[in-house]
Design a protein around this ligand. Structure first.
Ligand code: GDP
Length: 443
C-alpha cells in the first residue's frame, strides 16, 4: 500500500551520484521527493515543512559512509529524524495519583475512544489494576450501553447508567464510586462530535476540571490526514493532552497523522490501535511508524546492517557483474558467503535500490544456514570451468560433484535449478542496472 512512497524514494536513490560529503544540491533534490512522499503519507503540510528544514540542516555536509550511496544516506538521515520526531517508544501510562487515577479519553466521534477505553481496561487489568469504566457520552444513542458491554467483556467495573444524567454529574459519581470501592483506575469515555465544536470543548474542559485526570488521551483515527493538526492543536489547547492513541493502524493508513500530532502537541504517542478486538492495542514503536511512513523500514535497517557486515569489494564485484546480466556459480558462491553474514538473500537484494518489486518475487528466498553450507559445498566441489559455465554439468559430472561433497545428485540438480532462477532474476536486475540503479546500490 505504500509502493508509491517506496518508489519515490528509490527514485531519489537513482538521482544522487556524488561521493564524499552530501552537497546542498544532492540534499535539496532528495528532499523535494521526501517532501512529496511525506505529504502522500498524510503528514500535515506545516509539519512537513518544518521537518524537511530540519533534515536539510542535518544532512548537508554529512560524510557518506563508504558502503552506501548518497541517496541511501539521505534516506537514513530522514528515517533517523522521523524517529527522533516521533519520540521515544514505550511511554507508559502515568498512574501516579491518589487512587483512583483518572484517565480521560477525548477525541472525535468514531475515532475509537470507546473501543480504546475497553482495550486500556483489559491492559490495566492484566497489570492487576482494578479498573472502572464510565461513559460520559449522553448524546449518541446506546453509547453508554456500548461501554457497559465492553466492561463486561473486559471483566472490569462499570458505572451503573442513570438515564438523563449529565457528563459532569456522571463524572462525580464515577469518582465517588472509584474511591468508595477501591478502584485503582477510572477511565472516563467522553462524547465525541463529528467535528470539533466549541460546545464539546467546553464540556470536556468542565469534566477535566472535576476529574483532574493524570492522563488525558487524545484518540484519533490514523486516517485523519491533514486534519490531524487542527484536531491535535484544538484538543491540546482547550483540554490539555498528555498522550496520543492512534487507532486503525491496522488499516490502509500511512501513519502520517502520528508525525503531525506528535509534532503539534509535543505529547508522546502512547498506543496504537491495531484492530477491533479488545487485545488489539500495542505500545508505540517509533521505528515501525517511521518505516511505515517511508514504506521502506526494512531497507533502512538493512542499510545499517550492510554498513557493518557486507564485504565491500566482493559486493562491488558482484554488483558490476549483475549489472551486465551475468551471474554464474562463482557469483552464487560469493552471494552465499554474504548471505551467511547477512541473514537472508532478500536482504541483500533489498538493499539494492529499485529492487523492491523484484525482492517480493523472492519471498521464498529465505535460506537457513545449514542449507547454505550444503549449497556452498556443492559449488566448491565443481571445477572452475563448471562454475563459470554450468551448462557443462551433465549427468556424469553431477555424480562426481555429488560424491565430492557427500550429497545426492538430486541435491546438485536442486542447486542448479536454483542458480538458474537466480540468474534469471539477475538478468532482469541487470537491465535495471543499466539505468544506474545497481551502481548506487553497492558502489
Ligand atoms: P468512538 O465513537 O470514538 O467511541 O468510537 P468507537 O470506539 O465506537 O469505534 C468506532 C468503530 O471503530 C467501531 O466499529 C470499532 O470497532 C472500530 N475501531 C476502533 N478502534 C479500532 C482499531 O484500532 N482498528 C479497527 N480496525 N477498528 C477500530
Amino acid at each position: 500500500m505504500f509502493e508509491s512512497l517506496s518508489q519515490r524514494l528509490s527514485s531519489v536513490f537513482d538521482k544522487l551520484t556524488g561521493r564524499g560529503a552530501l552537497s546542498e544540491a544532492d540534499v535539496t533534490e532528495a528532499l523535494r521527493e521526501v517532501r512529496v512522499a511525506l505529504l502522500e503519507a498524510d503528514v500535515a503540510l506545516p509539519v512537513v515543512k518544518d521537518f524537511v528544514a530540519r533534515v536539510k540542516a542535518r544532512a548537508i555536509g554529512q560524510e557518506v559512509v563508504k558502503s552506501v550511496s548518497p541517496g541511501q544516506m539521505v534516506v537514513k538521515i530522514v528515517h533517523d529524524e522521523l524517529i527522533a520526531t516521533l519520540g521515544t517508544e514505550g511511554v507508559e501510562l502515568n498512574l501516579n495519583a491518589v487512587p483512583p487515577a483518572v484517565i480521560l479519553m477525548v477525541g472525535l466521534q468514531g475515532s475509537g475512544k470507546t473501543t480504546t477505553s475497553g482495550k486500556l481496561a483489559v491492559r490495566l487489568k492484566k497489570e492487576r489494576k482494578k479498573v472502572l469504566l464510565a461513559s460520559l457520552d449522553v448524546y449518541r444513542p446506546a453509547a453508554q450501553q456500548q461501554l457497559e458491554i465492553l466492561a463486561g467483556q473486559a471483566d472490569v467495573g462499570s458505572l451503573p447508567i442513570i438515564m438523563g444524567e449529565m457528563p459532569v454529574a456522571i463524572t462525580k459519581r464515577a469518582l465517588e464510586m472509584g474511591r468508595k470501592e477501591g478502584y485503582d483506575v477510572v477511565i472516563l469515555d467522553t462524547a465525541g462530535r463529528l467535528h470539533i465544536d466549541q460546545e464539546l470543548m467546553a464540556e470536556v474542559a468542565a469534566v477535566r476540571d472535576v476529574a483532574k485526570p493524570v492522563e488525558t488521551l487524545l484518540v484519533a483515527d490514523a486516517m485523519i490526514g491533514q486534519d490531524a493538526v487542527t484536531l491535535a492543536h484544538e484538543f491540546n489547547e482547550k483540554v490539555g493532552v498528555t498522550g496520543i492513541v492512534l487507532t486503525r493502524v491496522d488499516g490502509d493508513s500511512r501513519g502520517g497523522a502520528a508525525l503531525s500530532m506528535r509534532a503539534v502537541t509535543g505529547r508522546p504517542i502512547k498506543f496504537l490501535g491495531q484492530g477491533e478486538k479488545l487485545d488489539a492495542l500495542e505500545v508505540f514503536h517509533p521505528d515501525r511508524i517511521a518505516g511505515r511512513i517511508l514504506g521502506m523500514g526494512d531497507v533502512v535497517s538493512l542499510v545499517e546492517k550492510a554498513m557493518e557486515t557486507v564485504d565491500q569489494e566482493e559486493a562491488e564485484k558482484l554488483a558490476k557483474r549483475i549489472e551486465k546480466g551475468k551471474f554464474d556459480l562463482n557469483d552464487m558462491l560469493s552471494q552465499f558467503k554474504q548471505v551467511e553474514k547477512m541473514g537472508d538473500l532478500k536482504g541483500i537484494l533489498g538493499m539494492m535500490p529499485g529492487i523492491g518489486k523484484m525482492a517480493a518475487q523472492l519471498k521464498d528466498a529465505k535460506i537457513d544456514n545449514k542449507a547454505v553450507a550444503r549449497q556452498k559445498a556443492i559449488i566448491q566441489s565443481m571445477t572452475p570451468a563448471e562454475r563459470r559455465n554450468p551448462d557443462l554439468i551433465k549427468a556424469s559430472r553431477k555424480k562426481r560433484i555429488a560424491a565430492g561433497c557427500g550429497l545426492s545428485v538430486q541435491d546438485v540438480n536442486k542447486l542448479l535449478k536454483q542458480h538458474q532462477q537466480m540468474a534469471d532474476v539477475m538478468k532482469k536486475v541487470g537491465k535495471l542496472g543499466q539505468k544506474g540503479l545497481m551502481r548506487h546500490g553497492l558502489g
